[in-house]
Write a protein that binds this ligand. Structure first.
Ligand code: FE2
Ligand code: FE2
Length: 178
């Protein structure tokens, strides 16, 4: 379709870090899609209503259904196993936790405008600025958040013993089956 939607490549190994990095790519893809959808309202050729509705529904569904599982992976499977190993890691985990809360509030704004456009794509032009604002705020917040996790938290996970990493992977899979 005209807006393009990321394919969300699957990881090729059983390492939990691989799956978490794939989740990060999907987060970046969905924020980029939301930005393209918002900015497309200013283009000379209007997007077909079906494309607007489909893209908005896709973004909304990702942030409502999929992203919370990634946050649970980090809050419930990573944080308790990594806490107390070093001052720098503890600081990164605290920042991660605090950012999850702040981002949740930003996500609600994006979810609301996407839900509106999914139900009534004729509102695309009227709601484009709100969509761009919400996606831009999330883009900035996530740029720092994802980089911090990838720089400090994920390498710490990769350094855990095999049994611990397997347990994390099993918990992540169980979340996606429920
Ligand atoms: Fe996170
Ligand atoms: Fe993350």
């Amino acid at each position: 379709m005209a807006l393009g939607i990321g394919t969300g490549k699957r990881p090729t190994s059983d390492e939990p870090v691989e799956e978490l990095l794939a989740c990060h790519q999907r987060i970046r893809d969905m924020i980029a899609l939301a930005l393209r959808l918002g900015r497309a309202a200013g283009l000379p050729a209007a997007l077909p209503a079906d494309d607007v509705a489909a893209a908005a529904a896709r973004v909304r569904r990702y942030f409502v259904e999929a992203l919370p599982r990634h946050v649970e992976d980090e809050e419930q499977s990573l944080l308790p196993r990594l806490r107390g190993r070093s001052g720098a890691l503890d600081a990164a985990l605290t920042a991660m936790h605090d950012q999850h809360g702040a981002q949740g509030r930003l996500e609600q704004a994006l979810i609301a405008v996407c839900a509106e456009l999914a139900g009534d794509p004729s509102r695309h032009a009227a709601r484009a600025a709100a969509l761009v604002d919400a996606a831009t705020a999330l883009d900035a917040a996530y740029a720092e958040h994802l980089a911090g996790e990838e720089r400090v938290v994920f390498p710490a996970l990769a350094g855990l013993p095999d049994a611990e990493r397997r347990a994390v992977r099993a918990e992540m899979r169980a979340r996606r089956l429920s």
